[in-house]
Write a protein that binds this ligand. Structure first.
Ligand code: FDA
Length: 393
């Protein structure tokens, strides 16, 4: 462990490792500290164990922040193709599971191994299981009090991520450091997270656990057309995770179970063309069988189309194209993929990620109030913010 490193990076996650190797290659003596006993735990868990490490279509519009312009510079300078080039140099074969979304073929492990190998080549020292007790200004630099003793350095980079999944090492450390040095922290909440439902709807969802279908969902100006998954606790799947970034307690979701189809017009046309057909048969041809059966159980209102009034068909159209339900809440930090909100970027340089009034202190990655949509954007933000900061150290 270097006794007087130029830079101490706190957090051996995606952003911290990337920043450390970048600064190391630029000739800085870098020490990475983490309180966890293993580095990169979230990388290993990510993308269902296959790490959706970037998205080729990354653009500032894929991010939420009180300061939407802040991410532009870093994202422009370090693009998905740059990370892809690094990945390919390490002979990791990317798999494009959905348009633009690049995953590892079998496991996330090669991404973490790649970062650790690059850190090693760049001469970065990594010290794990080392809680940090205090950070203070010292002469021209910073001083840390840690479980391994005092460390004096030129700059400290906070890369401690957000609050999601405490069992993976998440903590509010970065927010506390920000407040200590007078920076604002915007309100934090769990995002990219499944919804829980109240008793009646929870039982209904549980009975459908495992059923998935493509839907379009809306809430507070957010709109996603992606799969929905019923679970034992409520609603999940990409559509629900995505819209959770817009949802606030008490809000209603409006779900279109037949996106792209005007159910009212289609039902009236079917009544004309096949009047003896049952509503349930029509539903079963367009929705997963178990969901179609459940809708009939929930609402009744089955029967031959010829005997259904316009008002009855319109009621079905409402349920199908504008199914309204109010989640009880979300599953919270236990399962959320990211933290919405964080260290307010107003006091930071978008070029160097340094605190303008105290350039020896920097913040990168998810700890900042910059949060990506689902689909590899959050890792791209971790890489891009880390490289911008690492090059400027
Ligand atoms: P990250 O959380 O990776 O690292 C923070 C590090 O700081 C950790 O090593 C932690 O131990 C350490 N730390 C925290 N507190 C500390 C303290 N007090 N002292 C010292 N060290 C401390 N994104 C994506 O783009 N594609 C995907 O496929 C997924 N999938 C995914 C799945 C799951 C289950 C989760 C929870 C998250 C994702 N994400 C994702 C989001 C992505 O993992 C996340 O945005 C990045 O890991 C953020 O990188 P950071 O380096 O900022 O934080």
């Amino acid at each position: 462990m270097p006794s007087h490193p130029d830079v101490v990076v706190i957090g051996a996650g995606a952003a911290g490792l990337m920043c450390a190797l970048t600064a190391g290659y630029a000739g800085r003596r870098v020490l990475v500290l983490d309180h966890a006993s293993k580095p990169g735990k979230k990388i290993l868990m990510s993308g269902g164990g296959r790490c959706n490490f970037t998205n080729l279509d990354t653009a500032p519009a894929n991010f939420f922040s009180a300061n939407p312009h802040f991410c532009i510079s870093a994202l422009k300078r370090y693009r998905p193709e740059h990370f892809l080039e690094l990945v390919e140099r390490h002979a990791i074969e990317p798999v494009e599971k959905a348009p633009g979304q690049l995953f590892c073929a079998d496991s996330s492990r090669p991404i973490l191994d790649m970062l650790l190998t690059e850190c090693d080549w760049a001469g970065v020292a990594i010290r794990l299981a080392t809680p940090i007790e205090r950070i203070e200004r010292h002469a021209e630099g910073m001083r840390l009090s840690t479980a391994a003793g005092r460390i004096e350095c030129g700059a400290v980079v906070i890369a401690t991520g957000g609050l999601s999944i405490p069992t993976l090492g998440a903590s509010g450390f970065g927010y506390d450091v920000a407040r200590q040095f007078g920076l604002a922290v915007t309100e934090t909440r769990a995002a990219l997270v499944p919804f829980t439902l109240t008793s009646q709807w929870k039982a209904r969802a549980a009975a459908l656990a495992g059923v998935a279908c493509e839907v379009a969902v809306r809430c507070r100006g957010g709109y996603y057309r992606e799969p929905l998954l019923f679970t034992h606790r409520g609603l999940s799947g990409p559509a629900m995770l995505q819209i959770s970034s817009y949802w606030q307690p008490g809000d209603e979701l409006v779900v279109d179970l037949l996106p792209g189809l005007d159910a009212g017009a289609a039902l009236r046309e079917e009544r004309r063309a096949a009047p003896r057909r049952l509503v349930s048969t029509w539903l079963a041809e367009r929705l997963p069988r178990r969901l179609a059966q459940a809708l009939i159980e929930w609402y009744g209102d089955d029967g031959v189309l010829a005997e259904r009034s316009n008002a009855q068909l319109e009621a079905w159209a409402e349920r199908l194209n504008r199914w309204r339900l109010k989640p009880a809440g979300t599953e919270g930090w236990r399962t959320a993929e990211v933290t919405m909100g964080g260290v307010d970027t107003a006091a930071l340089s978008s070029k160097t990620f340094a605190v303008r009034e105290l350039p020896q202190l920097r913040f990168i990655g998810e700890v900042l109030d910059v949060t990506g949509e689902l689909g590899g954007y959050n890792f791209q933000w971790a890489w891009a913010s880390a490289v911008a900061c690492g090059l400027a150290l």
